[in-house]
Design a protein around this ligand. Structure first.
Ligand SMILES: Cc1cc2nc3c(=O)[nH]c(=O)nc-3n(C[C@H](O)[C@H](O)[C@H](O)COP(=O)(O)O)c2cc1C
Length: 148
């Protein structure tokens, strides 16, 4: 069994809901998950002991929220090279943040990113059965990448 950290920022709860469903998808497919708010992680040492990382952020003003940007600098110091990575977020029209995070994971941290790419979910779908299923599927794809 592998261990995954799902860490997210969410202002109005949509990306948080996605994080919970993605965590379920990882658990259903046989791996252990920890779910943490980005704001609760103060030190890069808190990113040790995981085989995979899934970071979540909504898009505001065509960008990732400031605390997520700061978090990515912290994560840079954690030595995530070769670890499995994925990124997700809720959005309404442009959904820039998950792709930015995903690119940072792939090109800066040199992580083993999930084949599906980054995962954007339209806000109005988050609380639907379809939305829940697509989050579960993303979690399962993370598990597949981990070789579970
Ligand atoms: C002031 C403001 C700016 C926003 N800017 C964008 C944007 O540039 N692109 C986009 O796709 N969604 C944008 N959104 C929509 C949010 O991404 C969307 O409401 C998302 O579901 C919020 O997720 P959260 O509940 O996890 O915070 C914006 C929302 C607000 C209130």
């Amino acid at each position: 069994m592998k261990k995954v950290l799902v860490s997210y920022f969410s202002r109005t709860g949509k990306t948080q809901q996605m994080a919970e469903y993605i965590a379920e998808g990882i658990r259903i497919s046989g791996n252990e998950v920890e779910l943490r708010k980005i704001s609760d992680i103060k030190n890069e040492k808190e990113l040790t002991g995981y085989d995979g990382f899934v970071f979540g952020a909504p898009t505001y003003h065509r960008a990732m929220p400031g605390p997520v940007e700061t978090f990515l600098f912290l994560a840079q110091k954690a030595g995530l090279q070769g670890k499995v990575g994925g990124a997700f977020g809720s959005y309404t029209h442009s959904g820039d943040a998950p792709k930015m995070i995903f690119d940072t994971m792939e090109f800066v941290y040199k992580m083993n990113v999930v084949d599906l790419g980054s995962f954007n979910l339209l806000e109005h779908l988050v609380d639907t059965r379809e939305g829940m299923k697509s989050c579960h599927d993303y979690g399962k794809a993370i598990s597949e990448k981990l070789g579970a």
